[in-house]
Structure formats: structure tokens, C-alpha cells
Design a protein around this ligand. Structure first.
Ligand SMILES: [Mn+2]
Length: 372
């Protein structure tokens, strides 16, 4: 143990700085320290950042002597089976427990919680809510709102929270560090998205030092796919379309694609990131045909169209480079209006500088820019 560690906390830091830890608002720390029984909820259709942050908060509460219930409206996808303790997720509150705090994680708006909210509106109305999130579109819905759009993942914030609470990063037999790492890996796409900052890497370093299995997480989440998922991607990518000389690229996931390959909707995760690899595309969109409604996933290149502006027109949100929306129209109608709006936003971009055409590297990507 290194002398000179924080005198009020037992957590020795391997990589994070005292300033990193101090960025956690005291009101968050106080609410969690004072709570005895906490429901930690993430958004429906969960991925690793949502699940990891909600589970991690429950584990922290338990380490401090309280009780935690991780909750998600939808089941945990099978692809996360290798991560410890995710089987603890319930699809609603434990009826045996009287909660004195709800922590909502990774939800840009409270409605993202899904059916947990609509089925237990009284609980959400009665119990104080702490909102921990990194979506720039989050306008706040808790008694305490900790929204840090500079954080690459809610799990990045969760790691800082553990440090601030004095919960060892190796707690819960490694489940804390493993799940927080999984969230950081998924939201940065293996530290490749521009949202990856020096602090994100310090967080990852801290978690790795605590034993988080980074290699296994990265391989399982990014380099392992069921064959039917590869077939699904193939079908959708084969229908790639473009306009504005390739600056806009899109494709549509149809119900036929799922039935023909045997894939489920969850297998479409990652499809948008492949489409976004288009060399010419400044805006990439995947449309999902959900019958009477449709879902869009959007990726945009650095310095170009703000994805939250495009999705915001349709009631969605997210991040400047990655956002989504659910639209109350069948996909053929939604596609027409979304493509028109995307083209309008691309046309409104300032012309590229003349020197860019002569540059040996004409891509718009910059090498070092923290997420706006
Ligand atoms: Mn997230």
C-alpha cells in the first residue's frame, strides 16, 4: 500500500488521479452513502455500458453494507453470458424490498428505462432518483443529476464513483472491474472512437490493474460473432445505398433478414459501425423495420454533421458522433424524411478547405479530438 493515498479512503490508485476522483459530485456520493436499499436501473435493450454501470452501482452499495438490485426491463443478451454476476438482473424491482434510492444509469432520458418505469410509476414518483449518464442530450430528471458528456461511457463514471466511494476496484471477486471494463470497451469500440480520452485510458488502466480481463472482453465483444450474425450483416451491407456522391450511406434491416438467417434483433448490434467504415460516408444510417415504427442508428464523421441534431428532429438523442431515434412511422416513410433531413444537414456543412483536396489524407477524421 502506497503511503500518501487518500486519507479518507482505502482505495489505492494505480492510474487514476486524485483530480479524476474529485470530479464525482459530492451530492452523488452522499446519496449513495446514505442509502440502504437501492434499485439500480439501466435502459431497455441493454448493452454492456448500461448493464455494467447498473450492476457496478449495486455492487458498490453492497460493498458499503447496503442492498442493491440491478434492474433492466429487457433480458441480458446472451453475448454477455461470460461476464460475472449479470444473471442478477431482474426485470423489475424486488417486491420484498423497500427502496430508498433509485440510481438510473446510461439513460439520456428517464423514458429509456422502458416498462420498468411505466409498470412502477408510483415507485419512480416516490423514491429519489440519482441520474448518472454521459449522453449530451440528457436534460436531467433526478434529484441529483450527474451528466458528464466528456465521459466515454457511464462505466467510466462508475469507475470514478467507486474510487470516490472508497470501494476497491477488485471488489466482488472481480465482478466490479470486469463489468465496468466491458462498458468502457463497448462504448469506445475497443478504445477506437474519438470519445476515448486520456481519462478513459486511465480508467481502463485502473480496471486492468484490478484484474479486469481486457483481452477476453475485447475478443468476446468485438471479434466473436455467431455465423448467423455474419450472414445478417452480409445481407444488410449488400443493400448499402448512397446519395450526395457517397457522403450519405444507409441500409435497412428488414424482418426478412432476421427470418432468413435465424438472427434476432439484438444481432444487429455493430452493424452501424461497419456501415460507418464507408470511406466516402460522412453520415451513415441503419434503418430498422419494426412494422408500424422504425428505429434509426446514426454515425457521423468528426467535424461533420452532429448526429444528435439529425436524431433530435425525430425525438431521439445520443452523442455528436453516434445517436439514434425511434420513429412512429413505417420504415419506408421514416426513411424518406430522415434521408431528406440528413441530405439537408450535409449540404449545410461548410465546404472543405481547398487544401484538403490536395492533402495526401483527404479523410475528415482527425487524430486527436476529444468528443465534442
Ligand atoms: Mn453508454
Amino acid at each position: 500500500m502506497i503511503p500518501g493515498g487518500a486519507p479518507d479512503g482505502p482505495t489505492a490508485l494505480a492510474a487514476l488521479t486524485a483530480l479524476d476522483i474529485a470530479s464525482v459530485p459530492s451530492a452523488v456520493v452522499q446519496r449513495i452513502r446514505e442509502a440502504r436499499t437501492v434499485m439500480t436501473v439501466c435502459h431497455r435493450d441493454p448493452e454492456a455500458d448500461a448493464l455494467g454501470s447498473a450492476l457496478a452501482t449495486a455492487l458498490m452499495v453492497e460493498h458499503l453494507g447496503g442492498r442493491g438490485t440491478p434492474v433492466c426491463a429487457d433480458p441480458v443478451p446472451n453475448m454477455y453470458d461470460f461476464l460475472p454476476q449479470l444473471e442478477r438482473f431482474r426485470q423489475g424491482p424486488d417486491p420484498e424490498l423497500e427502496y430508498d434510492l433509485i440510481v438510473v444509469g446510461d439513460c439520456g432520458e428517464l423514458e429509456r428505462v422502458g416498462s420498468v418505469l411505466t409498470d412502477h410509476a408510483d415507485l419512480f414518483g416516490r423514491v429519489p432518483i440519482v441520474n448518472i449518464d454521459h449522453h449530451v442530450s440528457n436534460r436531467g430528471f433526478g434529484v441529483v443529476d450527474w451528466v458528464d458528456a466528456e465521459a466515454a461511457a457511464t462505466c467510466e463514471m462508475g469507475t470514478l464513483l467507486a474510487g470516490r466511494l472508497g470501494v476497491p476496484f477488485g471488489a466482488a471477486d472481480g465482478a466490479l472491474a470486469a463489468n465496468l471494463m466491458a462498458g468502457v470497451v463497448i462504448d469506445t469500440a475497443n478504445f477506437q472512437h474519438p470519445n476515448t480520452t486520456a481519462r478513459t485510458l486511465r480508467v481502463a488502466s485502473e480496471l486492468r490493474a484490478a484484474g479486469a480481463p481486457l483481452y477476453e472482453i475485447a475478443k468476446r465483444l468485438y471479434r466473436t460473432k455467431p455465423n448467423l450474425q455474419l450472414q445478417l450483416f452480409g445481407r444488410v451491407l449488400a443493400r448499402l445505398e448512397t446519395s450526395l456522391e457517397g457522403r450519405l450511406v444507409w441500409s435497412t434491416l428488414l424482418p426478412d433478414d432476421l427470418s432468413a438467417t435465424g438472427a434476432t434483433a439484438a444481432h444487429s448490434e455493430g452493424l452501424i459501425d461497419l456501415l460507418a467504415q464507408s470511406e466516402s460516408g460522412e453520415v451513415a444510417i441503419v434503418f430498422k423495420d419494426l412494422g408500424p415504427t422504425s428505429r434509426i442508428s446514426v454515425r457521423t464523421k468528426d467535424g461533420g454533421v452532429d448526429a444528435t441534431v439529425l436524431t433530435g428532429r425525430f425525438g431521439g438523442g445520443g452523442h455528436a458522433r453516434a445517436a439514434g431515434a425511434t420513429i412512429d412511422r413505417p420504415v419506408t416513410e421514416a426513411r424518406a424524411v430522415v434521408l431528406a433531413e440528413a441530405e439537408r444537414l450535409i449540404r449545410a456543412l461548410p465546404d472543405p478547405e481547398p487544401s484538403a483536396a490536395a492533402s495526401p489524407n483527404p479523410g475528415r477524421l482527425t487524430s486527436a479530438s476529444p468528443d465534442a
